[in-house]
Write a protein that binds this ligand. Structure first.
Ligand SMILES: NC(=O)c1ccc[n+]([C@@H]2O[C@H](COP(=O)([O-])OP(=O)(O)OC[C@H]3O[C@@H](n4cnc5c(N)ncnc54)[C@H](OP(=O)(O)O)[C@@H]3O)[C@@H](O)[C@H]2O)c1
Length: 342
């Protein structure tokens, strides 16, 4: 078993001592995990949080030892002690909140999908350019050591030319409240933008934009798409992608080339375990992550801000645009329309 250690990279980054001061808006499920990972990154401080509820903001602030708790998102956008804001609300609020915060001069890390469609995303990028602030989609998997190692292996031709990918991400979500963000079409619910974005991202990262796309979805009574199968067709490869809310799935990614294969073990989007099959040999690799895995995107944001970069070279504005364009195309083909877009 090979043990791949990325500690050297972390040490180099952590030598930069200027403290980056973070704020979080929308104190739900992912905000909790993100706050935990902020605490494992050196020279980083969570200084402000904002919720629509004062009580919730104060509870969160006391749990994570945060100085400022606001009961309005706008108050946090004007907080002079904050450098960068993490937007952790449902998808439908990402664009407007990010644009408002950027107009106050704040750098932004915005949860995925960064916007609900390409036209929203273009407005966000324009706002980042106009206000000369950093903007990045919180596509945490892109920064994980196991995904970086996968890219290195493929770049080194270890498995030859990639001809096939099979990637899934599904969980049972049909028991969620109909008004919650997963099943509610008014909050851009459905599996595709919530979790299907990960298989689409991996196919794009490894194979680029497809020549054509096939997609078919089933719908729930609330109007959201509850499961979707997608084929990305390339000249010499096909990627089979699945997401759904109707059952649990393995959440595994298999990438096959003409000389071997790489399996990203469950749950692949934040895995530490790769299996490399080449020439009849199987090698297991352990690629550790920091914290829950969100620490790697935090390190990337901190490093970009410290060096004055306005976008990440690992996950650029163009990468986010390509991804949302693919999701828009899939939605068009499979008939997924949100009420606010109709
Ligand atoms: N990277 C990942 O691993 C990951 C995992 C899960 C989710 N996400 C993404 O993160 C975002 C949030 O997901 P989540 O699971 O954290 O959702 P969640 O638990 O529902 O929390 C979202 C928060 O947004 C705020 N909010 C503002 N307007 C709202 C509205 N109309 N309805 C509901 N909440 C509203 C609420 O915070 P206040 O009440 O404090 O204002 C709420 O707690 C989504 O875009 C999702 O795609 C990413």
């Amino acid at each position: 078993m090979r043990f791949i250690n990325f500690d050297k990279i972390r040490t180099k980054r952590n030598k930069m001592t200027q403290k980056i001061r973070w704020g979080i808006v929308g104190l739900g499920n992912i905000a909790e995990k993100f706050a935990q990972d902020l605490s494992v990154v050196k020279d980083t401080e969570l200084v402000s949080v904002a919720s629509r509820s004062r009580e919730k903001a104060e509870k969160f602030a006391s749990k994570y030892n945060v100085k400022n708790a606001y009961d309005s998102y706008t108050s946090l956008f004007h907080c002079t002690e904050v450098d960068v804001i993490y937007i952790a609300t449902p998808h439908t609020l990402h664009a407007e909140l990010s644009i408002e915060a950027m107009s106050c001069g704040k750098h932004i890390l915005c949860e995925k999908p960064m916007a609900v469609n390409a036209s929203q995303l273009k407005r966000m990028i324009a706002a980042a350019v106009k206000n000369k602030v950093f903007l990045m989609e919180a596509l945490w998997s892109r920064f994980l050591p196991s995904i970086i190692q996968t890219k290195v292996l493929i770049g080194n031709n270890t498995i030859g030319a990639v001809t096939h990918m099979n990637v899934d991400f599904a969980f049972y979500g049909m028991d969620r409240p109909a008004t919650g963000r997963v099943l509610n079409p008014n909050l851009a619910g459905g599996s595709l933008l919530d979790i299907g974005i990960y298989p689409v991202f991996l196919a794009y990262l490894i194979l680029g934009k497809p020549k054509n796309i096939l997609a078919s979805a089933n719908f729930h009574s609330t109007g959201i798409e509850k499961q979707i199968s997608v084929i990305f067709n390339y000249d010499n490869a096909q990627a089979l992608l699945y997401s759904g809310l109707t059952s649990n799935s393995e959440v595994k990614a298999e990438i096959t080339g003409d000389k071997g294969s790489i399996i990203l073990e469950p749950r692949w989007h934040h895995t530490e375990n790769l299996v490399l099959n080449t020439q009849g040999q199987t090698e297991r690799m352990v690629v550790p992550k920091l914290g829950l895995g969100y620490a790697h995107e935090i390190l990337e944001v901190n490093a970009c801000i410290r060096s004055g970069k306005l976008e990440s070279s690992l996950w650029s504005h163009q990468n986010s645009l390509d991804l949302i364009n693919l999701l828009d195309d899939i939605r068009k083909i499979s008939g997924i329309v949100f009420p606010f877009e109709a």
